[in-house]
Design a protein around this ligand. Structure first.
Ligand code: NI
Length: 181
C-alpha cells in the first residue's frame, strides 16, 4: 500500500503536458500501483500520474466497481454530450457542472505494454476525458462555460487549501556566465 500526496491546483506539474511512457518496466508498474492505492484511498473515480507529480501519460480509474488503468491513451469521443457535475482530487471539495462527450473509446496499453481498449459511457466516459485532460495539462475548470468558470476560480481562490507554498526552487550559487546546462 503506497498512498502518495496528491498535488493541488497551482502546482505547475498539473499544467505540464505529460510525456508518453516508453519503458514498460517495474517502475511503471510501481507507479500504476501507487496511483491505484492513492485513488482508492482518496477515494476518487480516477487519478492521473501528474497528480502524483509524475509527468507520464498514465491514469487509473475506479468506476462502477471496476478498477483499471491505461497508459498512453488516445480517445475517440461521441458527438452526443452529457451534462453532470464534475470534480477533481487536485481541486478538493469543489464540484461544477461540466459538459462532456457521452461515450468514449479509449485505446492505449496496459502496464505490461499489451494493447488495451476501454469503451465507456456516462461516468466512465467522463472519467477518461477528465484523466486524459490531466495528461495534457488541462483541468476540468478549463472546460466550464465562462460564467461557471468565473464562479469556480473564485471558489478556488477562497478555498482553505489554496495558496499553499509551491516547491522551493533553489538557485545555483555559482555564476555560470551563460554556460550552465
Ligand atoms: Ni482531476
Amino acid at each position: 500500500m503506497s498512498v502518495r500526496p496528491i498535488r493541488l491546483f497551482g502546482d505547475p506539474v498539473l499544467r505540464t503536458p505529460a510525456v508518453p511512457v516508453v519503458d514498460f518496466d517495474r517502475e511503471l508498474r510501481r507507479l500504476v500501483q501507487d496511483l491505484t492505492d492513492t485513488m482508492l484511498d482518496a477515494p476518487g473515480s480516477g487519478l492521473a500520474a501528474p497528480q502524483l507529480g509524475v509527468s507520464l501519460r498514465v491514469f487509473t480509474y475506479h468506476v462502477d466497481d471496476e478498477v483499471g488503468h491505461l497508459v498512453n491513451p488516445t480517445l475517440e469521443l461521441s458527438e452526443q454530450t452529457q451534462d453532470g457535475d464534475e470534480g477533481c482530487l487536485s481541486i478538493p471539495g469543489l464540484v461544477f457542472p461540466c459538459s462532456r462527450a457521452q461515450e468514449v473509446v479509449a485505446c492505449g496499453f496496459d502496464q505490461y505494454g499489451e494493447p488495451a481498449r476501454i469503451e465507456g459511457s456516462d461516468l466512465l466516459a467522463r472519467c477518461m476525458q477528465h484523466e486524459t485532460d490531466h495528461l495534457d495539462g488541462v483541468l476540468f475548470v478549463d472546460r466550464l462555460d465562462a460564467q461557471t468558470r468565473r464562479a469556480a476560480m473564485g471558489a478556488i481562490r477562497s478555498a482553505s487549501w489554496a495558496g499553499e507554498p509551491g516547491p522551493v526552487v533553489k538557485q545555483s550559487p555559482h555564476p555560470m556566465f551563460g554556460k550552465g546546462m
